[in-house]
Design a binder for this molecule. Sequence first.
Ligand SMILES: Nc1ncnc2c1ncn2[C@@H]1O[C@H](COP(=O)(O)OP(=O)(O)OP(=O)(O)O)[C@@H](O)[C@H]1O
Ligand SMILES: [Mg+2]
Length: 325
Amino acid sequence: MSDALLEISDLRTSFKSESGYMNAVAGVSLSLRAGETVGLVGESGCGKSVTSLSIMQLLPKTAKVEGSIRFQGKDLLAMKEPDVRKFRGNEISMIFQEPMTALNPVLRIGDQIAEPLRMHKKLSKRELHDRVIELLKQVGIPRPEQIVKEYPHQLSGGMRQRVMIAMAMACEPKLLIADEPTTALDVTVQAQILDLLRELQARNNMALLLITHDLGVVAEMCERVIVMYAGKVVEEGDVRSVFRNPQHPYTSGLLNSIPKLIGERERLQPIRGNVPSLANMPPGCRFAPRCPHAKDICHTNHPSLLDVEAGHKVSCWMAEEVAAR
Ligand SMILES: Nc1ncnc2c1ncn2[C@@H]1O[C@H](COP(=O)(O)OP(=O)(O)OP(=O)(O)O)[C@@H](O)[C@H]1O
Ligand SMILES: [Mg+2]
């Protein structure tokens, strides 16, 4: 696919441990077009953050990252660190899962936001100051002239998240990876931040990879959704298609475990069991031990990701059977 802005193929990220390398991301392929919003969902520990940190190349040295990550056709994994730095925070930026750890507690807000600009754009002191104020206004921070002089701990959680967004938007990236951007915030602030992301995205025709465990957020924000389970993509497709007609038992499980606000109140059906540990992955389909439909083959062989309908793929033996008929 040549019109892809980001194209990841067969990404494998593993961490060194006493018993050898453990695969946190085990062969993930995905792509994003310019301006597109794609949701990345899956249970805690399934490898969402590791996938995004692999793209940004911000993992510790103990991590081994293999496969290819092409951004505008160039393989980021094949680049040397100084070249990667030209992309990171400039063409591609990220909003991190924990705003408090991502912001530097001893740097004033103004200096934090100016950092990516200093690194990537040649601006005079005056231009830099004006741009920082403009960014703070764009993300809806009141009294920007005052706020630039303050430190992260002086701001509320919602305001800190806005500062993170301002930093990420500073160089007008073509791709923004937002890792649980609203999880730590209360619902009203959550809605404001999501609106803000949508607005900034439309203004800059920016692609957005939105990582969340909240399927409601995906339904509202995303065109496509990618469902991960234990380091692999199990299903992906247009949000409507996946939500109306989920093909993977794990996706169905996720959809059945969220409360409905409208209609009959049904019993919630949590997915039984737990995500397998990295050290102890099942040899076949990784969901098989928890799957209500698992057959013998599911426990021994991994199913490939196949098209079920236009723009909708699933990795499940049941779907392979249907396709073979
Ligand atoms: N630096 C690291 N060293 C060793 N293992 C790691 C490291 N970072 C992540 N892992 C492991 O990789 C797996 C995937 O973690 P990841 O943080 O990507 O999950 P996640 O899908 O983002 O979960 P959550 O929804 O809780 O944020 C986990 O088993 C985690 O323990
Ligand atoms: Mg995470």
